[in-house]
Design a protein around this ligand. Structure first.
Ligand SMILES: Cc1cc2nc3c(=O)[nH]c(=O)nc-3n(C[C@H](O)[C@H](O)[C@H](O)COP(=O)(O)OP(=O)(O)OC[C@H]3O[C@@H](n4cnc5c(N)ncnc54)[C@H](O)[C@@H]3O)c2cc1C
Length: 459
């Protein structure tokens, strides 16, 4: 081990390598419910070539590698389940290029959402990217590695659909470019007319390579944003309301949320509708279209718009800090969510399941859903808060989340950013030939099984 440490020092330099107990402790866990596991080393590279050398060393020594952004996926995806080297990507945090007219940015593999947002605000205020509601320190590469969703997902699909090119260090050490940058200097498309190789890396949770550069689509940043809150106590109407709203093809984002506390929210389903415009006229036109689209539910007195008052500022925040308040993080609390991707028509069944699970396991819930790609699907978050000091409660949360995943799979849904247990549940149910294909891909790309082992373990 001390030889490996010396080699890592030689590759990265003293300030970017550690095996001190306090740092290994920090990198052994994430804020979710899974049990921590210590890595052997932590490195924080600054270049793709350093990553390449670390991977070559890991191959030689058959030692695991775990790529890490900000460790906020909540489902233990950066917990080094089999020890090894955690590669903390945060020192590779530059915005390398913005092509204004083709509307794309190229960032390094550890660039945070906050860095890109601030860069665009300063230099290209009329452009933006699809910012998730995750903390600003979370990274863009990690978000596409887990098929994240953001503010523009309702219009344009998963954030990983917005990737325009990748640079990847393969588990065997080669550096590869995917999409238009494999043929020339431009990062405008991940699959202009070529076989789409980005699928070998997106959604694989760092098990098939390390993303060292990501090209990402940018979109117009309109001058104004506004929000309306439509509320119903009839859960069976939610999918119909969403159908009418998505028909408009002009909304920025649609979230649906329900929670038992504070009491004013109990038993109601809140549909937050975001829209943007460059002029007051455009905003008011869109507001009228929204009202017209759902007027029938107002006429039958089944639903209505809620006056927002002080809540408007909170709802317009991007990312939304209020999400973390639910978990009382400053007092040692936390939360975790199972977030299946499913059909909007199943909203009532999922909502009933959350309430049933919260009751069964005596937990506080707060659920939300985000409409994806004009209503082709939604991410339904089954979210429970916990107090880390209460071990019985932690066990109950784990059981509740596991049951939620079983339920989602029974309903034909796809677990999103599943933890390693949920990944196993998913693989067990998968069509055997598809599973075999995954195994072939994984074995070809990572013959030594060193990349984030324990995750997507197909063989
Ligand atoms: C309050 C809150 C709100 C949230 N809201 C959203 C939301 O709106 N939308 C959303 O999508 N998510 C959301 N999340 C979940 C999560 O924080 C995000 O998905 C976030 O993008 C994860 O980024 P990270 O840098 O923390 O990832 P990490 O946890 O560090 O990594 C996630 C996965 O990516 C892999 N990985 C990391 N970097 C690389 C790389 N360079 N190359 C290859 N693999 C890599 C890791 O090994 C791991 O498997 C939220 C979380 C919280 C706590």
């Amino acid at each position: 081990m001390s030889d490996i440490f010396k080699s890592l020092l030689g590759i990265i330099g003293e300030r970017g390598v550690s095996n001190t107990p306090e740092e290994l402790w920090f990198y052994s866990r994430d804020p979710g419910v899974l049990t921590p596991h210590l890595p052997d080393f932590v490195v924080a590279p600054k270049t793709t070539e350093q990553i390449q050398k670390v991977i070559q060393l890991a191959n030689q020594e058959k030692i695991p590698i775990v790529p890490m952004g900000n460790g906020m996926a909540l489902t233990g995806l950066v917990i080094p389940l089999k020890g090894g080297i955690v590669i903390d990507m945060k020192r590779m945090n530059r915005v390398l290029e913005v092509n204004e007219k083709a509307r794309y940015a190229v960032v390094e593999g550890g660039t945070s959402q906050g860095v890109l947002k601030a860069f665009l605000q300063d230099h290209f205020p009329h452009l933006r990217h699809s910012l998730p509601d995750a903390p600003p320190a979370t990274t863009i590469a990690a978000n596409v590695a887990l098929h994240g969703q953001g503010r523009l997902t309702q219009q344009y699909g998963f954030n990983s659909d917005m990737v325009t090119g990748l640079e990847v260090v393969l588990p065997t050490g080669e550096i590869c470019r995917i999409g238009s940058p494999s043929l020339g200097p431009y990062w405008f498309s991940k699959s202009p007319s070529l076989p789409d190789l980005s699928g070998l890396f997106l959604g694989w949770l760092g098990t098939t390579g390390i993303l060292t550069k990501v090209g990402l689509k940018l979109y117009p940043n309109k001058k104004m944003r506004d929000v309306e809150l439509f509320v119903t106590d009839r859960v069976e109407l939610v999918s119909e309301i969403l159908y009418k709203l998505t028909h408009l093809e002009m909304l920025e984002d649609i979230n649906i949320w329900f929670q038992p506390m504070p009491l004013v929210f109990k038993d109601n389903y809140h549909i937050t509708i975001y829209f943007t415009g460059d002029t007051e006229e455009e905003i008011e036109f869109k507001r009228k279209m929204i009202w017209d689209a759902v007027q029938e539910f107002i006429d039958t007195k089944d639903a209505g718009f809620m006056g927002l008052g002080y809540m408007k500022g909170t709802l317009l925040e991007t990312p939304q800090r209020s999400l973390a308040a639910f978990a009382d993080v400053p007092k040692g609390g936390g939360f975790e969510y199972s977030g299946p991707i499913t059909l909007i028509e199943f909203f009532p069944q999922y909502a009933a399941k959350v309430i049933e699970l919260a009751k069964k396991y005596q937990l506080l819930y707060a659920s939300s859903a985000r409409v994806i790609s004009g209503g082709h699907s939604m991410m339904f978050s089954i979210s429970f808060a916990f107090n880390r000091a209460d071990s019985a409660m932690m066990t109950r949360v784990k059981e509740a989340l596991s049951e939620a995943t079983e339920f989602a799979l029974d309903m034909g849904g796809l677990p999103w950013k599943p933890n390693f247990v949920e990944q196993k549940m998913t693989l067990e149910r998968m069509d055997p030939n598809t599973r075999k294909l995954l195994e072939m891909v994984k074995k070809t790309l990572d013959p030594q099984g060193i990349m984030n082992p324990g995750n997507w373990e197909v063989s």
